[in-house]
Design a protein around this ligand. Sequence first.
Ligand SMILES: [Zn+2]
Length: 333
Amino acid sequence: MSKLPCAELHLHIEGTLEPELIFELAARNGIELPYADLDELRARYEFTDLQSFLDLYYANMNVLRTEADFADMTRAYLKRAAAAGVRHVEMMVDPQAHLVRGVSLETCINGVASVLAVSQEEFGVSSALIAAFLRDRSPEEAAKVLTDLLDMNAPIIGIGLDSAEVGNPPENFVPLYEQARAAGLKLVAHAGEEGPSHYIEQALDLLLVDRIDHGIRCMDDPALVERLERDQIPLTICPLSNVRLQAVDSLESHPLPLLLEQGLNVSVNSDDPAYFGGYVDDNFAVLRETFDLNPAQLAQLAGNSITGSFAAAERKDELLAELEAWLLVQGTE
Ligand SMILES: [Zn+2]
């Protein structure tokens, strides 16, 4: 089966940092890692919840010091994503996670953006950047960072909200989202991953987001499921991530097939692929196997990723045409 053409809408660029690259960048920057070798690092990739992952995620980021480091990480992702069938990506970067380590906004943004500027030319993948804010840090700090991003004309299309969800509700970030909206930015937020379903409602009603990252806890509230279906709010679902962080008991019990069947705008994404066991194609592969999804269902998921993206109308049409061509040959392969 040829790779399913799709868009990736829920991807943290720092979560694409593979163990090999961590060691390479550590050597380049003269940083001593607390792991003797790759095996010892890989052994830490057993998570019990979101926080246990975040602890390792932030520790590993310490090897990112220069623009070249951010650029190399971004290039490695795009190469792998292109092979996975990704034709358009809207990736998140966490500026605060670097600022707290003394790495400037310019270093992290310019490093990533320099590669995104040539992503279509070099990898055939159109791209856009979303600045995500850490909800477990203060809203005031987030507002200051957004102001700095706007002042430096950072090439971002929108803002997001990520990190430890429980106890850090969307309602804390209303002024930040108002500021971003006034600047003409698109709005997305993680909600309903580990946190309760009413965080999804808050993100919609108070932050006025265009899209929800995760959103699987909507299953706890039938009225909310109905609303998400009626308004076709895109939910960027990350199956392997949900399994690895134990946000679901098992892949077999994942709500994605039900949400798809109920007509919600759900897409498949890899979140932090270096940590959760795979890229978009790996996520599609386990879904297909587990739920016996047919080509039309796979194309529906990929189509949702394209229509749920912020790509220009012509780019969406181009990708939907590619998807249609993919679906046509499925019966003949
Ligand atoms: Zn995420």
